[in-house]
Write a protein that binds this ligand. Structure first.
Ligand code: ATP
Length: 336
């Protein structure tokens, strides 16, 4: 297990947003976090990312577990260029690379070569540092940066483009590219597919499918969720419930749940109407008033079944209308 949330709650002022949220995230798990607008999905991600304190509950995570968070419309501010920003992810490697270049310069120096002991020591240092650099993926750094930048749609951008000159959407894309290079154990992504064209979206789906860590993602794109996740956690009425399977399966399970809850509700409503009718007809009659009174007591004691909140339906969403072949655009909505 990578991380566990127990009984997490959060209110804004007197308004409870989430309550009693408990679930686990396993290594390499891909979870889609869904719920109606305002259900508290972003709030929960912020709590997990450590950007917001919960009012109650606890989060347990293994000591080594690293977490990376992409907020919605991340507003990425940087004075660096695109290339420098990506390279900053690998500062431990770029520093080692500079050290290796310096050692190479020393090794080539005839003065050092004349001092056999120091020369041997420097060669050994160079060998140790080279091995470490190779083991840390130093030789792949350049390729990884190029491949992620290309995949995220920055292939045509000169590497010395200042981040500050990018549009809001491009900055969010770049923030995601940087996060992918950081490769944390748990990726928290809030609407990562906004601002992506179909080509970038397809690349991202593919990249995330092979991602070595766990992913908790909020997305209104059902195709994206279906392609990526094997578990759905829904926030509904402040609490969280886990459903095994992708988004399509979740919709089916919810429909079955809704139907069954509706049947129970309707059955009870019929029973209530029947009892009320009996009471109305018999309460005033001396011979039957006792029975009517006892029926009234039973009615008062009856535990009421709540009317189910609504159904998961499809509706058009302009924000996701990026023209996937054969797609009906989508948004998860639960109608009252
Ligand atoms: N800083 C804040 N102060 C007060 N209320 C807030 C604050 N942040 C969020 N809220 C409210 O808390 C509720 C949950 O917000 P949150 O953004 O977590 O929901 P969400 O499920 O991510 O919604 P969406 O799908 O619209 O992004 C909303 O009603 C929102 O208006």
């Amino acid at each position: 297990m990578l991380l566990q949330l127990t009984d997490i709650s959060k209110s804004y002022g007197a308004t409870p947003i989430i309550e009693g949220i408990s679930f686990q995230i396993q290594e390499r798990e891909r979870i889609g976090l869904v719920g109606v607008n305002g259900a508290g999905k972003s709030t929960l991600l912020k709590i997990l990312a450590g950007e917001l304190s919960p009012d109650g509950g606890a989060i347990y995570k293994t000591k080594e577990c690293t977490i990376g968070y992409l907020p919605q419309n991340s507003g990425f501010h940087s004075d660096r260029t695109i290339d420098a920003e990506m390279r900053a992810v690998f500062s431990h490697l770029t520093e080692a690379e500079a050290e290796l270049r310096e050692l190479e310069r020393l090794i080539a120096d005839p003065k050092l070569q004349a001092d056999d002991k120091r020369y041997q020591e420097t060669l050994e240092r160079y060998a140790r540092k080279s091995d470490w650099f190779r083991d840390q993926g130093g030789f792949e750094m350049e390729t990884r940066i190029r491949s992620v930048l290309h995949g995220m749609g920055f292939g045509q951008f000169p590497p010395d483009t200042p981040v500050a000159t990018l549009s809001g959407g491009q900055k969010t894309r770049l923030a995601l590219a940087r996060l992918l290079l950081q490769a944390p154990d748990l990726l928290l992504l809030d609407e990562p597919t906004n601002h992506l064209d179909i080509e970038t979206l397809t690349w991202l789906e593919d990249y995330l499918r092979g991602y070595p860590g766990a992913i908790l993602v909020v997305s209104h794109d059902r195709y994206f969720l279906d392609a990526l996740v094997q578990t759905i956690v829904e926030i509904e009425r402040h609490g969280a419930k886990r459903y095994a399977g992708n988004y399509t399966r979740f919709v089916k399970l919810k429909a079955a749940e809704y139907e069954s809850a509706m049947k129970q509700y309707e059955k009870q409503q019929t029973e209530i109407a029947r009892m009320e009718d009996f009471i109305r007809r018999n309460i005033a009659r001396a011979s039957t008033t006792k029975r009517a009174q006892s029926r009234r007591k039973a009615l008062e004691r009856m535990e009421r079944v709540d009317k189910p909140a609504g159904e998961v339906k499809k509706r058009t969403s302009h924000s996701t209308s990026i023209g996937r072949p054969g797609s009906t655009c989508w948004r998860c909505a639960i109608w009252p």
